[in-house]
Design a protein around this ligand. Structure first.
Ligand code: IMP
Length: 430
């Protein structure tokens, strides 16, 4: 039976979701993004060639797979056009991509507001990607956003943009001491950009529902990670959308029963970009070694990622929030040279042991990791494609993770290349 699978990150993003989506995509009729925007950075590697996607779903390189941007995504037309141009040598994006008419638009003033807010926060800055994601979601929830469907009628669009940019300019000038922007110029730019992409705009919910009725599999591609979820993450150091699997339904307009399997993606250790608590963060040579070997530089912003040990309490929270059915562990090879590998199995909070990351951010920031130590395998797992060829100590490490989480590992990734992957279960046709 064909399954619909949600792929989500179970840490703070950058877990390697793009590679896994790219791997599963050829056997699905559709890959759909359901939240976030071009703050994401999904890296795909095939035969040494690297493609970084920010907005377009990671199935785009596969001929037979249609890609969708769902209503839950905040859409920058400028970022979209840039990505289409970057892909134009290898893919005709116009014939493969469909975009929900219910997407919220990111305008240049959203970006200005995002950046002005970060400056105002000073040392308390969230470390956003500065792409206008938060301000665009704010406008959506405040019911004043411009939707892609508003672009169909230029008079109506003009009125909406003038009103919204007028409001943004008031904030920029009088609250953030920043420069106002030209509303008319923004309107004209949106009109031009919309004309160039309008052939891809559609009712994504209906198209996906029809595809499902025909018996095809849909792959829902999450962005960011569980701990960046606006409700369940380390608030306020989070993104502005629900990254949990439930949003795969609301962010595309399908229902929760259209999801058959939730695949959680996790690195064999933990990373985080931007500010906020991170209990297992390493500040020593080991952390630096992991960062260097793992090339832990943000795909979207080029910022250095913070690195730390695998964090079971965080994973347990993610598994609860997204009813994770099974896991994919990525970047196992990054740990190859370490003599000792630690797993945080629980936290100490105010003198008490707790097993699951607390949902209160103040409590979270006071948590201290309790570690168990594992012997490193100190031999290469890089590019290994068979489970039995992994060193015994690496298998012990993976078994420990499964046991601590009571969730099975179905996929193991041993390099950024699509083909360097150990697949233990066929998730599409269970
Ligand atoms: P925003 O999504 O740009 O508002 O950023 C909010 C927080 O989410 C910051 O800590 C960012 O570093 C983080 N973030 C956003 N997108 C990603 C991502 O794709 N990977 C990792 N972190 C991200």
């Amino acid at each position: 039976m064909a399954n619909n699978i949600v792929v989500i990150g179970t840490q703070w993003g950058d877990e390697g979701k793009g590679k896994v989506v790219d791997l599963l995509a050829p056997r699905c009729a559709a890959v759909v993004r359901f939240q976030g925007g071009h703050n994401a950075g999904h890296t795909l590697v095939l035969n040494g060639k690297k493609t970084i996607l920010h907005l377009i779903p990671s199935g785009i390189l596969h001929k037979e797979t249609k890609c969708y941007i769902g209503n839950g995504v905040v859409l920058s037309l400028e970022a979209l056009e840039k990505e289409i141009a970057e892909l134009s040598d290898s893919v005709d994006v116009f014939s493969k991509l469909r975009i929900s008419n219910a997407c919220t638009l990111i305008l240049p003033t959203h970006i200005a507001l995002d950046q002005a807010r970060e400056i105002q926060r000073g040392s308390e800055a969230i470390g956003t990607t500065g792409r206008g994601i938060g301000p665009a979601y704010e406008d959506k929830v405040a019911r004043r956003a411009v939707k892609l469907s508003d672009c169909r009628d230029e008079e109506n669009l003009k009125e909406k943009i003038m009103a919204l940019v007028g409001y943004h300019n008031f904030l920029l000038e009088h609250y953030y001491n920043a420069k106002a922007m030209d509303a008319l110029e923004i309107f004209e730019e949106v009109v031009q950009r919309y004309r160039r992409i309008q052939q891809m705009v559609c009712d994504v919910s209906v198209e996906l529902s029809n595809s499902k009725k025909e018996g095809h599999s849909i792959l829902f591609e999450g962005a960011q990670g569980a701990m960046l979820d606006i409700d369940h993450g380390t608030y306020p150091f989070v993104t502005s959308s629900n990254t949990a699997a439930g949003n795969a339904a609301s962010g595309t307009g399908l229902g929760p029963r259209d999801i058959d399997h939730v695949l959680g993606i996790s690195k064999a250790y933990t990373t985080r970009v931007g500010g906020g608590p991170f209990p297992t963060e390493l500040f020593d040579d080991v952390g630096e070694k992991i960062a260097t070997i793992g090339n832990e530089i943000g795909a979207s912003t080029g910022r250095a990622r913070r690195c730390g040990w695998f964090d079971v309490p965080v994973m347990r929270r993610a598994i609860i929030n997204s009813s994770v059915d099974s896991l994919c562990i990525t970047k196992l090879d990054v740990l190859d040279s370490l003599p000792e590998i630690k797993i945080c199995v629980a936290y100490e909070l105010d003198g008490k042991r707790i097993e699951i990351a607390p949902n209160n951010p103040d409590d979270f920031s006071r948590c201290k990791p309790i570690y168990e130590s594992y012997q490193g395998w100190q031999s290469t797992t890089e590019s290994v494609r068979e489970y039995d060829k992994l060193p015994q100590k690496a298998l012990d490490y993976l078994s420990a993770i499964e046991k601590l989480l009571s969730v099975k590992i179905d996929i193991i990734s041993t390099s950024p290349d699509r083909n360097d992957t150990i697949v233990l279960k066929d998730l599409i046709n269970e």
